[in-house]
Design a protein around this ligand. Structure first.
Ligand code: GUN
Length: 287
């Protein structure tokens, strides 16, 4: 079997066009241009690329974006002060603190400081709580991007066994939460596997839908995938100057029914969801 390629790049482009149209209508009605501020601390080259991609996407959707670049030596207190200023600025609708932060800064302290109404990453405990209760304010960017791909490719999720590899706050946990909700592109039976899971390969082999988010290059091999399963690869790993996912793409695509490439799969969907959240934040602030 040769899998259908799930083209996140083109779905994200369509989503961005929808957001551009909604943002234009919002601006027409209120005079407000939704504004995302990204905060980048230090000089991690990969983070710089991600932030630049987010800014370019804002431009395409007609959203305003501003980058706060801070040196690697910035202290936790200094960064907290920047976040507080952005919280208080009514001209800022979304705040994104790019992760990872330098080691001397506690990520949790900084992320908790971002006011919930501007938390377009959906990391704040209040936003996570709303998501768990099935009444989200913002959508978790990568998981909601994956869910939209399942919708676009008409993948049946109701009653399906979805196996999520990875239990991170940013992908694994919220991904599982979205898929167990009642409703469209949900109603799945979800198993979360992680570094301490026993018989992991055997569990993955039972999956109708595999979502790989463990940060280990080519971890999911063809023998771990049930023929006809759908495979979403959230991983972005560097092998020399090549990007590879958490899935061993070539062999797995011989077994799977549909699969996302890396790059061009889940990544662009994460950014498109971030844009949607930024527009939502501006709409909420406008009442
Ligand atoms: N670093 C890698 N992915 C993300 C993301 O989705 N949001 C933030 N803030 N940082 C990241």
């Amino acid at each position: 079997m040769s899998a259908i390629l799930i083209d996140g790049k083109s779905v994200a482009a369509r989503m961005t066009a929808e957001i551009a149209s909604d943002a234009a209508a919002f601006q027409h009605a209120t005079g407000v241009v939704p504004h995302l501020v990204a905060v980048l601390v230090g000089d991690d080259p990969a983070s710089a690329v991600y932030v630049r991609n987010k800014q370019k996407a804002c431009e395409r959707a007609g959203l305003k974006s501003t980058l706060h670049r801070l040196p690697a030596e910035t202290t936790e207190v200094e960064l907290l002060m920047v976040v507080e200023q952005l919280n208080a600025d009514s001209g800022v609708h979304g705040i994104l603190v790019q992760l990872p932060l330098p080691k001397h800064i506690r990520e949790q302290v900084i992320l908790d400081a971002v006011v919930a109404s501007k938390d377009v990453d959906c990391f704040h405990p209040q936003n996570v709580g709303l998501l768990v209760q099935g009444r989200p304010r913002f959508l978790p960017c990568t998981p909601a991007g994956c869910q939209r791909l399942l919708a676009e490719y008409k993948i049946e999720t109701a009653g399906a066994h979805a196996v999520v590899l990875g239990r991170s706050e940013i992908v694994g946990k919220p991904m599982a939460m979205l898929l167990i909700q009642r409703g469209a592109v949900a109603d799945a039976t979800v198993t979360i596997c992680h570094s301490r899971t026993r018989e992991l390969a055997a569990i993955v082999r039972q999956a109708d839908i595999v979502i790989a988010a463990i940060g280990k290059p080519r971890f999911v091999t063809a023998d771990m995938v049930k023929p006809g399963a759908v495979v979403l690869d959230v991983g972005i790993n560097r092998e020399g100057d090549k990007l590879v996912g958490d899935v061993d793409f070539e062999p797995v695509s011989q077994v799977a029914r549909a699969i996302t490439p890396v790059p061009g799969g889940v990544g662009p969907m994460t950014i498109a969801t971030l844009l949607r959240n930024t527009l939502t934040a501006a709409q909420l602030s406008a009442g």
